[in-house]
Design a protein around this ligand. Structure first.
Ligand code: ATP
Ligand code: MG
Length: 317
């Protein structure tokens, strides 16, 4: 065991991504134990606060995805309990988790993100869905991509090829969130660029190219082994790889993130890199891209998780 003392891996939560989070948490916990850390996986439920007060951990590794894990709520509570944790502060998470807020900050920082319109469910209800949707198609053109502004794992997200498909896509989206982000669909190569900061500044890991079997990187394509092919490093021109790495580091710093993040990007045929979103609690499952990128860069997964916890414990918040 290291002199880190005992640490907690937070996994589960009550979002739609609970199952994915449990898988991420188990993987992080197992890897930490192999790296000699006294780690225990705990859920974010009513036992969490009494448990932390009774036996304060040296640091916490949050692996909860979706609402509460990534919107900053659980981290606000950890800060309230004076428990150091790995990753972005609650304040930074709030902007990163809201895709539209992140896109606004990112484009103000000079990066490219698909043109989009973000509207809550009530607007369609109050003003008449058909009229609003018609204007959106007229403004953005087709194809489009619709997703909840605060979501994850591609739940409620999908492409829209014709105007007739848009109402159904909106209904699917609103099943997972109250506000929809309707974005220009960008054809091209999907990549994920993870960033880690082991104390000497944020560093982009090799881009992981994502090629789903059926063409869409949906929930099943994400978490079913063999449903998606990954290429690390991504098969993109060196200039695009450099631009993607710079975009991920700029996204990380512009949004004030810490320790680790994963930026999802599309590179179009002209080599333009489009920012889709940044994740503050990236997936850590067997089919997740951050662990793949770490391995490709020669890092040990457990050692990195341990080092991030050590840094968090030293930082003390
Ligand atoms: N504008 C777009 N054009 C083309 N494809 C898109 C676009 N936006 C999203 N996608 C596709 O939808 C998927 C999910 O979108 P995105 O990564 O923005 O949201 P998410 O559901 O929060 O994902 P995550 O699980 O990574 O948190 C992407 O991985 C990509 O395949
Ligand atoms: Mg994504």
């Amino acid at each position: 065991m290291t002199d880190l003392g005992h640490v907690l891996v937070l996994a589960g939560g009550l979002s739609h991504e609970r199952e994915v989070s449990l898988r991420s948490g188990h993987r992080v916990c197992d890897a930490l134990r192999e790296a000699g850390v006294d780690a225990q996986s705990v859920d974010a439920d009513s036992a969490l606060i009494p448990g932390i007060i009774a036996d304060p951990p040296s640091a916490v590794f949050p692996a909860i995805h979706g609402v509460s894990g990534e919107d900053g709520a659980v981290r606000e509570v950890l800060a309230l309990l004076d428990v150091p944790f790995v990753g972005a502060t609650a304040g930074a998470c709030r902007f990163a988790f809201d895709k539209q807020a992140a896109k606004t900050l990112i484009s103000a920082g000079g990066l490219t993100t698909p043109e989009a319109i973000t509207l809550p469910r009530e607007t369609f209800h109050d003003l008449g869905a058909a009229a609003v949707l018609d204007r959106i198609v007229a403004r953005l053109g087709l194809p489009l991509f619709v997703k909840p502004v605060r979501g994850g794992s591609a739940l409620g997200a999908g492409p829209v090829r014709t105007g007739e498909e848009l109402p159904a896509a909106m209904v699917s989206c609103f099943a997972y969130g109250d506000t929809a982000l309707i974005e220009r669909c960008i054809p091209g190569t999907e990549i994920a660029v993870s960033v880690i900061d082991l104390g000497d500044g944020p560093q982009a890991l090799p881009a992981v190219e994502i090629v789903p079997d059926g063409g869409t990187y949906d929930y099943a394509a994400r978490y079913t082994a063999g449903r998606t092919e990954f290429y690390t490093p991504a098969r993109i021109p060196p200039a695009a790889a450099k631009a993607a790495a710079d975009t991920a580091v700029t996204a990380h710093t512009t949004l004030g993130l810490r320790d680790l993040s994963r930026t999802d990007l599309i590179v179009d045929d002209a080599g333009t890199v489009f920012f889709l979103e940044v994740n503050v609690a990236p997936g850590m499952t067997e089919t997740s891209t951050l662990p793949m990128a770490l391995e490709a860069a020669g890092f040990g997964f457990g050692a990195v998780c341990r080092d991030l916890l050590v840094l968090a414990a030293r930082r003390g918040s």
